[in-house]
Design a protein around this ligand. Structure first.
Ligand SMILES: NC(=O)c1ccc[n+]([C@@H]2O[C@H](COP(=O)([O-])OP(=O)(O)OC[C@H]3O[C@@H](n4cnc5c(N)ncnc54)[C@H](O)[C@@H]3O)[C@@H](O)[C@H]2O)c1
Length: 434
């Protein structure tokens, strides 16, 4: 199959590279010339483990190429995927579909008859039909089909998620679209990965429902964590105890500083807005959004407590600012709420993150970036673990504690224990839900 991928962000690039690895001929397009220049030099503009090698292999095999010219990319394509951003629209919480419709209009102007236009971006119910309207209006004589193919990959594990998915969801309204999508995903079908064919609206809804459910699960355990703190229970034991119940499952039950990232905040907000628009309020999701915001504030209170009630003049070391490990993505990371509050409160903040500096530098003004956790903690009044990168999981806590001005540890990802901290010589240790 010949595939054009519009947008080379976290989803478009990974999808394009993986489709080429399936054996398809893929051209990836982006309107950002700097990204295309990097890709043409063989450099990956994002941090995603394993992506550089897979990309190089498929470029070398002649199946994968990059261009800034959309018309060149879609020429002769069996399917054109739209994988552009759908951020929160400023002001009202809806998904901003400007980029999706702009891409649809551009595609309409240069694509040939018989192409399937596939929306991979996360879009509200009804968007695929609107994409079809936009294309038909821009090019009334064009024969085309649309398909909805929401993406479920996780940053940091994106290639494995794409190559070994729990399921692939395909929304179609024509036999032709189903055939083309079936051919594209044939390598996964042959390996028995489930492919769920459904209508356009259900496919669109599945993506929002899945993300809202996961955000709810995280928020649920975060709220239980607050109760654990008051009652003396340990949320780690509680997570284990409930997660072993097959009906509940152990994933997404780790208490922490609240969910963030490029998807959950914007997708829960969009789903809440869709519910209001259709007079079917999503009250659980609305509450999840509110509670998640409160959790971030609660983390700040914890930090203030271990800083004797004020950040003013305190030297604080922050380990990890990306929204989760193994990505450089800073979108809606809890660090973007917590770190500015520390700086604003008069703290002197040092930050270490294995991949976060490139994105984070402009987003976190007034902090000092250092490379090494031990340097960050030297002479500090408090050490805060915000993102659980692997390199922070086995630190020599004794060495850190002995070099701090005040050995206090706020472990907001529960990767150590009160006992570890005490043995290492920390005078204070706070975690989440323990
Ligand atoms: N990031 C994730 O983990 C993830 C997971 C599942 C689904 N999604 C969804 O996938 C979509 C894309 O997300 P992302 O994180 O990859 O976004 P992103 O912001 O990283 O990338 C989007 C890219 O599209 C490009 N672009 C925009 N309009 C264009 C046009 N007309 N022509 C060519 N290029 C254009 C931008 O320059 C940018 O490089 C969103 O709807 C998101 O909700 C994201």
């Amino acid at each position: 199959m010949k595939i054009a991928m519009i947008g080379t962000g976290y989803v478009g690039l990974v999808s394009g590279v993986c489709f080429s690895d399936f054996g398809h001929e893929v051209v990836c397009v982006d309107k950002n010339p700097a990204k295309i220049e990097m890709l043409e030099r063989g450099e990956v503009p994002i941090y995603e483990p394993g992506l550089d090698e897979l990309m190089a292999r498929n470029v070398a095999a002649g199946r994968l190429s990059f261009t800034g010219d959309l018309s060149q990319a879609v020429e002769g394509a069996d399917a054109v995927f739209i994988a552009v951003g759908t951020p929160t629209r400023r002001g009202d919480g809806h998904a901003d579909l400007t980029y999706v419709f702009a891409a649809a209009e551009e595609i309409a102007g240069c694509v040939g008859d018989g192409t399937v236009i596939v929306t991979k971006s996360t879009v509200p119910v009804g968007t695929n039909r609107k994409v079809a309207e936009v294309v038909a209006k821009a090019n009334p004589s064009l024969e085309f089909d649309v398909a909805s193919n929401p993406e479920f990959l996780r940053e940091g594990a994106a290639i494995d998620d794409f190559m070994r998915p729990d399921r692939v969801v395909v929304g179609v309204s024509s036999e032709r679209a189903r055939e083309v999508m079936g051919e594209i995903y044939r390598p996964l079908f042959l390996r028995d990965f489930p492919i769920v064919y459904t209508d356009l609206e259900s496919a669109e809804m599945i993506k929002y429902a899945a993300n809202a459910f996961l955000a709810t699960k995280i928020t649920f355990i975060n709220e239980i964590a607050a109760l654990c703190e008051r009652t003396g229970a340990d949320v780690k034991s509680v997570s284990k105890g409930i997660g072993l119940d097959g009906r509940i499952g152990n994933k997404f039950l780790h208490a922490g500083p609240g969910y963030g990232g490029s998807c959950f905040p914007k997708d829960t907000s969009a789903l809440a807005r869709i519910g209001q628009e259709y007079a079917a309020p999503q009250q659980i999701v609305e509450t999840v959004i509110k509670v998640n915001d409160e959790i971030k504030r609660r983390m700040l209170e914890k930090l203030r407590d271990i800083c004797d009630g004020s950040f003013n003049g305190k030297r604080m070391a922050i380990l990890g600012v990306t929204f989760k490990p193994n990505t450089d993505d800073m979108r809606d990371a809890p660090a973007l709420t917590i770190v500015p509050a520390l700086v604003g409160g008069g703290a002197k903040v040092r930050v270490v993150d294995p991949q976060g500096k490139r994105e984070g530098e402009s987003l976190l003004p007034g902090v000092e970036w250092v490379e090494d956790p031990y340097d960050a903690a030297a002479d500090a009044d408090a050490l805060v673990i915000l993102t659980e990168w692997n390199e922070f999981r086995a630190l020599d806590l004794g060495r850190i504690a002995s070099n701090m001005a005040h050995a206090r540890l706020a472990d907001l990802r529960n990767i150590y224990s009160a006992e570890d901290a005490k043995t290492a010589g920390f005078e204070e240790y706070v975690a989440v839900g323990r």
